[in-house]
Design a binder for this molecule. Structure first.
Ligand SMILES: NC(=O)c1ccc[n+]([C@@H]2O[C@H](COP(=O)([O-])OP(=O)(O)OC[C@H]3O[C@@H](n4cnc5c(N)ncnc54)[C@H](O)[C@@H]3O)[C@@H](O)[C@H]2O)c1
Length: 268
């Protein structure tokens, strides 16, 4: 079991103030790691870090701005001495890039498409460049990306998000190979593909704003999830700890579904 131990590991989590990022931060801290919660919502990230204890830090990051990413790496170096593990957790969809009665696919504005694809794809690649260089200098490291069910087969209504998450899975494989071959075979890159977790980015699609009841889409998703429920943020923890710990030291370039069976079920 020692292979799962995260004691002494320093973990930076982008999107650390989000629902899944904050849950990962708590799980990693409970497993012995020191965590840096990095988020556009810097105040919230700092508050959450304080709740975790004195060793942990919260700092601002804009995952789309290399200068901002570099400043947050510097904050991690001065606050925790460096970063061993990067979790690329910032991401999400946007209502304006979602088809529906008020938005035909043909009318989705270019800016909305670019916002969603940029946040998910560049928002994963740019921090991997900045933190990845730091890991290469230390000759060790680990990157965990967050992909999605959309990456295996696109979901209806969210074309940019689906395409961007497919690209995140592809980039996970690309970087795993590149960094192992060109820099260090002990630096690994993997991804989680969460199934359906009820959070702020998808609440408006899965539950009714007024009644809180499931929307037809929400019911359809549960009907296609053999385990019959939405995920709880804690459901990601076991896999998230495994992928960044020595327990998975011969695993790189994979995308692991944590989905209650959604991706295995054909619907029949
Ligand atoms: N919730 C789900 O069901 C689900 C399923 C599959 C994948 N995911 C993915 O998991 C990740 C976390 O999602 P979540 O559900 O916790 O969402 P969330 O909206 O709760 O958290 C996202 C966080 O990212 C931050 N953020 C947004 N733009 C940023 C930027 N430019 N720079 C830095 N931070 C920024 C936000 O402030 C927020 O705190 C995302 O990549 C999401 O696409 C979520």
């Amino acid at each position: 079991m020692n292979a799962f131990d995260l004691k002494g590991k320093r973990i930076a989590i982008t999107g650390g103030a989000g629902v899944l990022g904050a849950s990962l931060a708590k799980g990693y801290a409970d497993a012995g790691a020191t965590v840096a919660l990095l988020d556009l919502a810097a105040d919230k990230a700092q508050e959450l870090a304080k709740d975790l204890g004195n060793d942990h830090i919260g700092a601002a990051i804009n995952v789309l701005d290399t200068d901002s990413i570099t400043s947050s790496l510097e904050a991690c170096i001065s606050g925790m001495g460096g970063v061993d593990i990067l979790v690329n957790g910032a991401g999400g969809n946007h209502p304006k890039a979602t088809t529906g009665p008020d938005m035909a696919f043909f009318d989705i504005p270019k800016e909305s498409l670019e916002f969603v694809s940029g946040l998910n794809l560049s928002g994963t690649i740019l921090p991997s460049q900045v933190f990845g260089r730091h890991m290469v200098e230390a000759k060790q490291g680990n990157i965990l990306n967050i992909s999605s069910m959309n990456a295996f087969r696109p979901l209806t209504r969210i074309p940019a998000y689906s395409a961007a998450k497919a690209a995140v899975s592809n980039f996970t494989q690309w970087l795993a190979v590149h960094i192992a071959q060109e820099y260090s075979p002990s630096i690994r890159v993997n991804a989680l593909a969460p199934g359906f977790f009820l959070t702020e980015q998808n609440r408006f699609l899965l539950t009714d704003k007024e009644t809180g009841e499931l929307t037809p889409r929400g019911s359809q998703i549960l009907g296609h999830t053999p385990q019959g429920r939405f995920g709880e943020p804690d459901d990601l923890l076991g896999t998230a700890i495994w992928l960044v710990s020595d327990a998975s030291k011969f695993v790189t370039g994979i995308v692991v579904p944590v989905d209650g069976g959604f991706s295995a079920y054909s619907g029949v």
